[in-house]
Design a protein around this ligand. Structure first.
Ligand code: BG6
Length: 282
């Protein structure tokens, strides 16, 4: 039996609780942010900082925050980093019990403040398909008669028992920018972690893996021409909000994205769907 129920966190934020024979999940209406996903008989696939206190108005530090309609800093430094979608309350518009798993759809109605940031007539929706795999799609439709340009990321946080044992694979031949420098060409297939890492990859394949002695997480992307690989390491961890100083050792972000020169350009009435699919491979 599958159950989809709406609940309230102790700090007041509402979330959708999903309990099915194949998985358990929690999706907060704020940011349509999935904060927990665990396939049956397997370990959780998403990481959340124990320092987060689930306050209204702040994206949760973990799970999958949605970066939209821009990724990173805006050219106007007063505007929020990674856009505003991750802190807004989304509407749960439909749910469906599928033969295998469940489907949940959310949309975001822009308020007056949002339209200052984003004066375009567009529709943004997010779809979750949950079974023993987590599939998340961010769907943008241009409802206007002008071309619209946006950047975006599904900013997934993954649990890693010990970052020094992680091998992130699937990067051979890709290009990346890091700390404002590059593009560099990645010659080997894997990335290991021993310092702050904050790379925007382009020209990479559609499947990457996060491999540790505890297991292999497979992350695949569709309609995503970029991917971001991030670990703040020791110094930056001390500056991050809702993050413990030692958290860098137990997480990594690998984000399905369209950023920089891979920005999405939507012709009038065009729809674009960015998808990431996440599962334990073993
Ligand atoms: C990553 C960026 O995607 O997000 C990093 O590449 C940034 O530079 C990180 O620090 C976290 O951003 P925020 O706004 O959630 O603290």
């Amino acid at each position: 039996m599958s159950a989809i129920t709406t609940k309230k966190h102790a700090n007041g934020l509402e979330y959708v609780n999903v309990d099915t024979p194949l998985c358990q999940a929690r999706i907060f209406l704020q940011g349509a942010q999935i904060e927990f996903f665990q396939p049956k008989n397997q370990a959780p696939l998403l990481w959340v900082s124990s320092a987060d206190d689930y306050q209204a108005g702040y994206g949760i530090r973990g799970g999958i925050p949605i970066c939209w309609p821009w990724f990173g800093m805006h050219s106007n430094p007063d505007w929020p980093q990674h856009g505003f979608a991750r802190t807004r309350i989304w509407d749960l518009t439909s749910t469906q019990i599928l033969e295998s798993g469940v489907e949940l759809n959310f949309t975001l109605e822009l308020n007056e403040e949002d339209t200052r940031y984003w004066p375009h007539h567009t529709q943004i929706a997010i779809q979750f398909i949950l079974n023993n795999t987590l599939t998340v799609s961010l769907i943008n439709t241009n409802l206007s008669s002008n071309t619209v340009k946006l950047t975006q990321a599904l900013h997934s946080y993954f649990p890693i028992t010990d970052i020094t044992t992680l091998k992130a694979k699937g990067f051979e031949g890709a290009k990346y920018l890091e700390f404002g420098e590059g593009p560099f060409k990645q010659h080997n297939n894997e990335v290991v972690f021993n310092k702050e890492t904050d790379r925007v990859y382009t020209e990479l394949g559609q499947i990457q893996t996060l491999e540790t002695p505890e297991g292999i997480i497979e992350v695949s992307r569709k309609n995503s021409r970029s991917a971001v690989l991030w670990n703040p390491w020791i110094d930056k961890s001390q500056q991050l909000s809702r993050f413990n100083a030692e958290d860098y050792a137990s997480m990594v972000c690998l984000e399905a994205a369209n950023v920089l020169e891979d920005a999405v350009i939507l012709a009038p009435h065009e729809t674009h769907t960015l998808t990431t699919q996440i599962r334990w491979k073993n």
